[in-house]
Design a protein around this ligand. Structure first.
Ligand code: ATP
Length: 238
């Protein structure tokens, strides 16, 4: 549509010591697009998201709406609205739901109308979080904790929401509830980059899918071209 992509990475690589977790990768998410990265264990999916969020150093170019952000520190990338929901959720277990949510909006300074608006939005999406606002995070179910992790990311006012296997460890019905919420956010215009290992979940909402294996993009496919018969594993091993 003529606009630069929401996020575009070109030749992005990252390593841990001598382990090349991410070989040069090209990928983009357009404005309002829902993109999924699918791949087996150890493919480099987490590293890809962490490199975009600048949580691990990477080489290559990362552009956000046409602006080169590859040299920005993590907090500035976050302030632009590139927000990641980490695998394992990264919640503060001993703090309440409300306190965890507030931490997501730390950039706003703790109080004010905008924070109240964001609380209202999150509570509308996840009514359970409102009911449990004063409950200690660690005492919530896995599904509720994942809602909280997504809610906290929303408190940061994301422009691009990146999620690392939000379905992990959740019952299928609970996972699919979380995905439905992501779909709703996307229909409201939020760009989403989702990392998944389970193909059915990954394909439900995405318009485009990247298959990542051994740190490289093996395929880029429109989601509607991947039927249930499609043998994705053939991209994984070669
Ligand atoms: P999973 O779904 O299992 O989390 P993934 O696709 O997210 O896998 P990454 O976690 O990005 O993959 O890992 C990619 C590679 O980098 C793997 O070989 C992994 O062992 C390695 N790796 C990841 N984190 C580190 C680290 N902190 N130190 C050393 N090697 C790491």
């Amino acid at each position: 549509d003529g606009r630069p992509p929401l996020i575009e990475v070109a030749g992005l690589s990252a390593s841990y010591g001598r382990v090349a977790a991410l070989k040069p990768v090209d990928l983009r998410v357009g404005e309002g697009e829902f993109v999924t990265v699918l791949g087996p264990n150890g493919a480099g999916k987490t590293t890809l998201l962490r490199a975009i969020a600048r949580l691990v150093p990477g080489a290559g170019r990362i552009s956000f709406r046409g602006q080169d952000i590859s040299a920005l520190p993590t907090h500035k990338v976050a302030r632009l609205g590139i927000v990641m929901v980490q695998e394992g959720r990264g919640l503060f277990g001993e703090m309440t739901v409300r306190e965890n949510l507030l931490l997501g909006a730390y950039g706003l300074g703790g109080a004010g109308e905008e924070i109240e608006r964001r609380f209202a939005t999150v509570f509308e999406l996840f009514p359970k979080l409102r009911l449990r606002a004063d409950q200690i995070a660690a005492s919530m179910s896995g599904g509720e904790q994942q809602m909280l992790a997504v809610g906290r990311a929303l408190m940061a006012g994301p422009q691009l929401l990146m999620l690392d296997e939000p379905s992990l460890g959740l019952a299928p019905r609970v996972a699919s509830g979380i995905l439905d919420t992501l779909g709703e956010l996307n229909r409201n215009g939020l760009g989403i980059l989702l990392v998944e290992q389970k193909a059915p979940l990954a394909l439900k909402l995405a318009k485009r899918v990247y298959v990542l294996a051994s740190g490289s993009v093996r395929a880029e496919l429109p989601a509607d071209q991947i039927g249930s018969h499609h043998d994705l594993a053939r991209y994984y091993f070669h």
